[in-house]
Design a binder for this molecule. Sequence first.
Ligand code: CA
Length: 235
Amino acid sequence: MTDKRTILVVEDEIAISNFICRALTVNEYQPITASTAREAGVLFCSEHPDLILLDLGLPDRDGIDLLVELKDLSPNTPIIVVSARDQEGEKVRALDLGADDYITKPFGVSELLARIRATLRHTDRLLLAEDSAKDQYRVGDLLVDIRRHQVFIGDNEIHFTQNEFKIIELLCLHAGRVLTYDAIINHVWGPYGGSSNQILRVHMANIRRKLNENPSQPKYILTVLGIGYRMLEDN
Ligand code: CA
């Protein structure tokens, strides 16, 4: 028996798969590898990995199809999608279909490990939250009290409209993870919120102004170009 976290690496390029596995092993994770979607399905069912790194470009099947199937089987198993630079649209689709995060090739070891750590922490927190919901988030000097609907920077309370607060709340609940424009719009305005990101951009600009947040040097909310927003992890 080992208490190492098991990570299923689904990647058909041997060099990349080896690179990832070396990084995981050195950092006390237990990697298992699959080079096809079929193999991934078998290992997923037999090994119950703690996390899956899923390359979207697989030889035998569309990676997105596999993602949907795995999330159906086990919604709580986090999946980080690994995509090529020219798969921007695929990435957003994957996030909207349940991927927990993504990483773009080529990536370095530190970025990979940071994404894995954040995703595992988020999953652990969700599992804990089933018992006791966390109701306060701190990011630097920002404090968000979810239960009381209050936001402070230091000792100063900042006032937000209901929809602005809904956006902040959602980002806090998923701190460390990227949320797509569609995911946020759906949460705040419902499925009929429309597909325009304009309303969200306007709200975000107001939120940033109230937080005194400079988008080019964010302290709390990162803009993920073409995809959405990511709240820095709470501390
Ligand atoms: Ca590939």
